[in-house]
Design a protein around this ligand. Structure first.
Ligand SMILES: C[S@@+](CC[C@H](N)C(=O)[O-])C[C@H]1O[C@@H](n2cnc3c(N)ncnc32)[C@H](O)[C@@H]1O
Length: 337
């Protein structure tokens, strides 16, 4: 589908559902065209967030073992396809797609088969959902604010069967907080691969951090601002294309040892550094909690400069004087300041 084929009324209807909360009231896809329109606009934008998450997992040096991938609440299936491409289709034994809208699961199956003709792509059966068959990688994307509590419970049951979980959601306060609650429920059984650099309770749960939330920003692809289709989509959908905030979790079932990609001892910057004249502030997360730290340009000039246009996951081992950063060693996979 190209911009010339877009029926803007279809996107308007979807936007209305997403904004009004109508999307949480039951299946809302009315035709394959709905899904095709979603896939190349809202879905593609979600794909950019997935690209940032998967790039961070590469930086961290972590990939789940080859296996069956389940995309739950798949919609048009953009998340499952991103993950299969990242894993390498030859390493995926099957891609299973589930959505309570059969139209969505059918569309997602067709799109995945077109992209990966050699991968077994299957529409999940309710029998599989009710079984205790192991799941290699459970993929969940942008479903949390459509789920009632009972469904969330069922999803936790599925999580219990997974070897790894990749979960990406919008970077809003409300949804990030819901994801943090899930993190806390799962961390006895799962190792927190990312975004956390530690396995302790989430520091954002401290009462003095109630106003903060765990979110990060994905870079939009180069060139979309010069693309009149994207510009029109941004305007009509009321979306600032420059800003792609997301929350995410990458989890792996616990095993002996620290696990691949362990960033123990490092800190992660939440959100983006705030840069002022001669100094910057970051909301810093590590095993000791979440705290605001400050760095002065004269102490770490390269990092100060980098923080003006940060890129990639900001994971560092700080040299600190109290709450002042006076030196930094980037996590070996992170961009060097
Ligand atoms: C905003 S869309 C996101 C789709 C896709 N995961 C993505 O990231 O583009 C949410 C999807 O969740 C599905 N969904 C909502 N509630 C569900 C439920 N209880 N069980 C299964 N799917 C559900 C909807 O049908 C819809 O396809």
């Amino acid at each position: 589908m190209t911009w010339a084929d877009i029926d803007w009324a279809v996107l308007e209807r979807l936007r209305g559902l997403f904004l009004s909360g109508g999307a949480a009231k039951g299946p809302y896809w009315t035709s394959p065209e709905d899904l095709a329109h979603y896939d190349c606009t809202y879905g593609e934008r979600i794909g950019w967030k997935w690209d940032a998450v998967l790039q961070e997992l590469d930086q961290r040096g972590w990939k789940p073992s080859p296996s069956l991938v389940l995309d739950w609440g798949c919609g048009s299936g953009v998340a499952g396809r991103r993950v299969v491409r990242w894993l390498g289709p030859e390493r995926v034994s099957a891609l299973r797609l589930w959505d309570y809208s059969a139209l969505a699961a059918d569309y997602a199956c067709g799109a995945a088969r077109a992209d990966f003709p050699h991968v077994a792509v299957e529409h999940v059966t309710s029998g599989f959902l009710a079984s205790d068959e192991p799941i290699g990688v459970l993929v969940i994307s942008h479903v949390l604010n459509e789920l009632p509590a009972t469904e969330l419970l069922a999803l936790r049951g599925l999580a219990a069967r997974a070897n790894a979980i990749l979960w990406v959601e919008p970077g809003t306060h409300e949804v990030s907080r819901a994801l943090i609650a899930i993190r806390e429920q799962l961390r006895d059984w799962f190792r927190l691969v990312a975004p956390c650099t530690h396995q302790a309770a989430c520091g954002l749960l401290a009462p003095n951090n109630a106003r903060h939330w765990c979110h990060h920003f994905a870079p939009p692809p180069v060139g979309i601002f010069a693309d009149s289709g994207w510009v029109k989509f941004g305007q009509r959908a009321g979306i600032d294309l420059r800003s792609l905030p997301y929350s995410f979790l990458a989890l792996e079932r616990k095993a002996e040892g620290p696990g691949a990609g362990s960033a123990a001892g490092y800190s992660r910057v939440i959100g983006e550094p705030r840069v002022y004249k001669g100094f910057a502030k970051v909301l810093n997360c590590d095993a000791a909690g979440v705290k605001e730290l400050m760095l002065q340009k004269r102490d770490v000039p390269e990092l100060f400069k980098f923080f003006k246009r940060p890129a990639g996951a900001l994971v560092y081992r700080w040299n600190r004087d109290g709450e002042k950063i006076i030196g930094a060693e980037a996590w070996h996979g992170s961009p060097d300041p």
